[in-house]
Design a protein around this ligand. Structure first.
Ligand SMILES: Nc1ccn([C@@H]2O[C@H](COP(=O)(O)OP(=O)(O)OP(=O)(O)O)[C@@H](O)[C@H]2O)c(=O)n1
Ligand SMILES: C[C@](O)(CO)[C@H](O)COP(=O)(O)O
Length: 223
């Protein structure tokens, strides 16, 4: 059994729009619908769990009617942080299974990345997509700053795919502020995480600038 746990329980403060960013239309369709479609296109049997703030769930159902969006999915309540949102969604996961946790605001994840992450997770139990850093990186310290070797760093994307029992055990740990993704939660349990190549288009739509990039990506490719 494969699950996609799509988290869209955040506040979108950096986007700053009245309409939560996951509902903003790009190319005439809400971001979140594009994200769910990306997973369904890879596996029509996948079990999709969508995490949304309770206050936005009626609006989402209304949008689904408006756009005749009928991909099967169940809805869980968003939490105070991404960690708490993932934990709420995980409560609906039955084991044994693989669970891919994916940001609702990353609609441009490539099909081959999704497929590869799930395929590798069947063997490695914990797999995350990453991309290289293409600019020079500096570490800021008390006494100034210093260039660091960019080849030593990677930018982390989603979906982050795990053996469901491992992920559930990891999310039983108390919340820590450095849990900014699922890999950091699993690693805190002592497990290793396997890295695989992500795709550069797989941006997290976070700011108004990202929305411009997203619109350009829709216009320029067939994702
Ligand atoms: N309590 C939270 C916080 C975040 N997320 C989700 O985690 C993903 C990555 O978070 P980010 O893009 O940073 O979204 P927000 O937390 O909404 O943004 P901001 O920090 O600007 O408010 C998003 O799909 C977001 O909805 C979530 O499900 N529950
Ligand atoms: C999970 C994530 O998308 C990996 O890059 C990212 O850490 C989420 O960012 P946030 O701003 O902390 O929600």
């Amino acid at each position: 059994m494969e699950y996609a746990l799509i988290v869209a329980g955040g506040k979108g403060l950096r986007m700053g729009t009245d309409l939560p960013k996951q509902f903003l239309p790009i190319g005439g369709k809400p971001v979140l619908m594009r994200t769910l479609e990306a997973f369904y296109a890879c596996n029509a049997e996948i079990q999709i769990i969508l995490v949304l703030p309770h206050s936005q769930q009626d609006y989402w159902r209304q949008l689904c009617k408006e756009y005749c969006f009928s991909l099967p999915h169940v809805i869980a309540d968003g939490g105070e942080t991404r960690f708490h949102s993932v934990k709420n969604g995980l409560a609906l996961v039955k084991t044994p299974a693989l669970v891919g946790v994916h940001d609702g605001v990353r609609p441009f994840v490539a099909r081959e990345v999704i497929t590869r992450c799930y395929d590798l997770a069947a063997e490695k139990k914990a797999v995350i997509p990453v991309i290289g850093v293409v600019e020079t990186v500096r570490r800021i310290g008390g006494e100034g700053s210093v260039t660091v070797g960019r080849d030593d760093y990677r930018l982390v994307q989603t979906p982050q795919v795990f053996d469901a029992e491992l992920l559930k055990a990891a999310y039983e740990q108390p919340y820590m502020p450095h849990f900014t993704d699922d890999a950091s939660v699993v690693e805190a349990l002592g497990a290793s995480v396997f890295l695989t190549q992500g795709n550069r288009e797989n941006i997290k739509i976070t700011t108004p600038f990202d929305l411009k990039i997203a619109t350009a990506l829709i216009d320029s490719c067939s994702i």
